[in-house]
Design a protein around this ligand. Structure first.
Ligand SMILES: CCCCCCCCCCCCC/C=C/C(=O)SCCNC(=O)CCNC(=O)[C@H](O)C(C)(C)COP(=O)(O)OP(=O)(O)OC[C@H]1O[C@@H](n2cnc3c(N)ncnc32)[C@H](O)[C@@H]1OP(=O)(O)O
Ligand SMILES: Cc1cc2nc3c(=O)[nH]c(=O)nc-3n(C[C@H](O)[C@H](O)[C@H](O)COP(=O)(O)OP(=O)(O)OC[C@H]3O[C@@H](n4cnc5c(N)ncnc54)[C@H](O)[C@@H]3O)c2cc1C
Length: 674
């Protein structure tokens, strides 16, 4: 594994762990990266972007005031954007997620402990231009946006509504006299709220507003709106814009608010790929599917699965390396204190994090490929696969973000007190990832979208109609008997599918019962939503487990024997872990016995011991440079205590031997003179 400094002194415990590792680390790196070619290109990009030291700060971000932090983040965003235009442009021809590859996105993490104020520009503004504009509109806006001549964001959420898009209150009323739209915020709750970069950075944004023309409302549509002068950056007349204040994370993203006072924009600034307003105000619907204006959200949901996998890989790298150098307690009085990684409970906390990072990474690639296929079909006018894809991307976004946030927090627990230090890197990772569970569609709300699809699919299965691939297992939901338990990987995956089918069946039965008892369909649905969320979660687990297993079998077909073994151990661990987390459900919906579950628990514990010698090798295989980890606990060399002390000494509190607070408050209070 290449590191920036080849002459470093490595902590002896970490060196011992690396010597113990019995598989080829680089081969696993290639699996995680999606192939050797991707690894080589990633490394080239990282070398160009990071070796100059431009990502480093003289003073840690955490010691800066909010204003200094923001300005520093803008400074570095500009450096990175310039690199992207110049040095990195040629290198970024990876198998990429559209306009900016995930590798470019990831490398940027070395520059920011929180996030770049440009995140929404690349993450949503540019993708909306690509996905919602006509070709003419695109040829005008896209080059300017890609060249960063204009910087934009995505302003959809309002103070009063985020989830319920149809409830947005901002209006865009067409005036045929001037051929303009008049944007207006009629209430306080209609103010746009949350858009990243809106507070101070951007001069344009995508605004989602209720479209009115000829006195009729046509629902929400996207518009491109200039909000600041292109030269002076002063907000334009009719615009009220500002920053929303401190948050749990995202503090360098200047999330903002925005209100309009009868603010006029040209007709051409409505993004017209899916619907148009003609000069005379006639509304023309172009798209075949009513929800295509939600396309950018679907894109970001897909991207987020990859994003959280990467952040989970970081957290597990930090926690596993730290657990290898940390020694604590003395269970055997005559022996030295063990590495905390030797405690089975510690392995239980951490190895699932490594396995989940792999599972989500592979699912994200598979999801991206499915998305590309859906987009290709839609180009030809066919939207048949969109409902299934919406259900799939919704649940994968919900479960991947929720599991990752939970496991990153578990990694923090695994690092004891030191994990609570900002310098460990874990709090920032947690703050970032916990937000992903909420934004781009809240966890519960998205799982309920998947549940809608599952219920419909169940009814189709009942009527013996054909099923789409991800729910084909529902065809076996009507056998009348419980699924046969079998603890092979394929057997466990079948059991997860049986749980999803069983839970969906329970929901449908309960809803029907409730409706027979007099509840409306809406109320019967509402009363069943706890179970519907559980059914969607079970469905998603079955999809992840199945995809993870199939992808690993495929990707390791030509791997060396030990890589095959260790990758198989991780997938099996994932399956055992979730089977043991869901024992109650297994007892309800499969033939599993108490003895089977006791045996499974023992097999799980034995698997932890088998993975243990390779744990550091497995996180080394994520190949995360120290610059990306920002961690005193997780650096490659394991100099944890030295780094903790170095960071502590940087605290501005240590600049003076006696704090001013002594003479101002402590002394007077202690001398009774306050
Ligand atoms: C490559 C690297 C680039 C860098 C990027 C890195 C990372 C990027 C990070 C970016 C940072 C982002 C920061 C955050 C940004 C935001 O949060 S932006 C705001 C996001 N907001 C939301 O996600 C709102 C969530 N709400 C909704 O999506 C919808 O309102 C809803 C909950 C889905 C309900 O919509 P509604 O119109 O009310 O529909 P329903 O009545 O419930 O359903 C009607 C039918 O429509 C189907 N449907 C709904 N959505 C879609 C869709 N998107 N696609 C296809 N179909 C959809 C739904 O299933 C219903 O179908 P039927 O059951 O058949 O009736
Ligand atoms: C860090 C961050 C960055 C963001 N960036 C942007 C941005 O750049 N642009 C932008 O437009 N927006 C942005 N958002 C807003 C984000 O998209 C919304 O916060 C998110 O979609 C959730 O909507 P909400 O806040 O209205 O939550 P609410 O819908 O009010 O959710 C509150 C609770 O109600 C529950 N709930 C709501 N509806 C239902 C239902 N139908 N059934 C059951 N339960 C329900 C939810 O599950 C949740 O528990 C950002 C948010 C965050 C936190």
């Amino acid at each position: 594994m290449t590191q920036t400094n080849n002459n470093m002194t490595v902590n002896p415990d970490l060196a011992m762990e690396r010597a113990k590792c019995n598989f080829n680390v680089l081969e696993v790196t290639h699996i995680f990266d999606g192939g050797e070619r991707n690894t080589l290109q990633r490394k080239k990009i990282e070398d160009v972007a990071l070796n100059s030291g431009a990502s480093k700060d003289a003073l840690g971000e955490e010691h800066m005031s909010p204003k200094e932090k923001y300005e520093n983040a803008v400074r570095k965003s500009c450096i990175y954007a310039t690199m992207m235009k110049n040095e990195l442009a040629e290198l970024s021809g990876l198998e990429s997620f559209g306009v900016s590859s995930p590798v470019i996105r990831r490398t940027a993490d070395a520059f920011f402990k929180e996030v770049s104020p440009f995140l929404l520009h690349l993450g949503m503004f540019v993708p909306t231009i690509m996905g919602q504009c006509t070709p003419e509109q695109q040829s005008y806006w896209l080059p300017r946006a890609l060249d960063m001549q204009i910087i934009g964001t995505y302003a959809q959420t309002e103070l009063g509504h985020g989830t319920f898009i149809r409830g947005l209150e901002t209006t865009a009323t067409y005036d045929p006299e001037t051929e303009e739209f008049v944007l207006h915020s009629p209430t306080l709750s209609s103010y746009k709220w949350w858009a990243g970069g809106l507070g101070k950075t951007v001069n344009y944004c995508i605004v989602v507003a209720q479209l009115y023309t000829k006195g009729e409302c046509h629902g929400t549509h996207p518009f491109i709106v200039q909000i600041r002068d292109e030269d002076t950056h002063v907000p334009l007349p009719g615009i009220k814009v500002g920053e929303i204040g401190p948050k749990m994370g995202f503090n360098t993203a200047d999330n903002g608010f925005l209100g309009f006072d009868h603010y006029r924009i040209p007709r051409e600034h409505m993004l017209m790929k899916n619907a148009q307003v003609l000069k005379d105000g006639t509304y023309v619907k172009v798209a075949r599917h009513g929800k295509l204006t939600y396309g950018t959200m679907v894109f970001v949901r897909v991207v987020l699965v990859n994003e959280v996998a990467f952040n989970l890989a970081k957290a597990s790298t930090i926690a596993v390396r730290y657990s290898a150098i940390r020694r604590q307690s003395k269970p055997k009085p005559d022996e030295v204190e063990p590495q905390i990684l030797d405690y089975v409970t510690q392995q239980h906390k951490l190895f699932i994090a490594i396995a989940t990072a792999h599972a989500l990474q592979l699912c994200s690639t598979w999801l991206w490929e499915s998305f590309s296929a859906v987009l290709a079909q839609m180009k030809g006018g066919n939207t048949d696969t969109l409902p299934e894809f919406h259900a799939l991307s919704s649940c994968l976004k919900a479960i991947s973000t929720s599991d990752s946030a939970h496991l990153i927090e578990q990694c923090r627990h695994a690092c004891g007190g030191h994990g609570y230090m900002i310098s460990s890197g874990i709090p920032n990772l947690y703050n970032f990832v916990s937000a992903t569970r909420t934004y781009e569609g809240d966890y519960t709300v998205l799982l309920l979208q998947t549940a809608r699809f599952l219920v419909k699919a169940y009814e189709q299965a009942e009527a013996k109609k054909p099923l789409t691939p991800t729910v084909s297992y529902l065809a076996h939901a009507f056998s009348g008997s419980r699924a046969t338990w079998d603890n092979s990987p394929d057997g466990i995956i079948r059991s997860f599918q049986a749980l999803a089918a069983g839970k969906t069946a329970v929901c449908v039965t309960n809803m029907r019962k409730r409706m027979r008892a007099g509840l409306s369909q809406v109320d019967a649905w509402e009363m069943s939503t706890i179970q519907l969320v559980a059914a969607a979660e079970a469905h998603c687990r079955a999809v992840i487990a199945d995809t993870y297993r199939k992808e690993i079998v495929r990707l390791t077909a030509n791997s060396s024997p030990n890589v095959k073994v260790v990758m198989d151990q991780l997938t099996t661990l994932y399956l055992y872990y979730w089977a043991l987390e869901r024992t109650g459900d297994l007892l309800m919906f499969t033939s599993v016995s108490q003895k089977d579950l006791v045996d499974l628990q023992i097999a799980y514990e034995e698997l932890l011991l088998k993975i243990r010698p390779n744990a550091v090798g497995l996180v080394d295989a994520f190949d995360l440079r120290d610059e990306l980890l920002h961690s005193t606990l997780g650096s490659y060399d394991g100099r944890v205590y030295e780094r903790l002390m170095e960071e502590a000494l940087k605290s501005p509190m240590n600049k003076e031997p006696v704090s001013d607070a002594y003479s101002k408050y402590l002394r007077p209070m202690m001398k009774g003179k306050l």
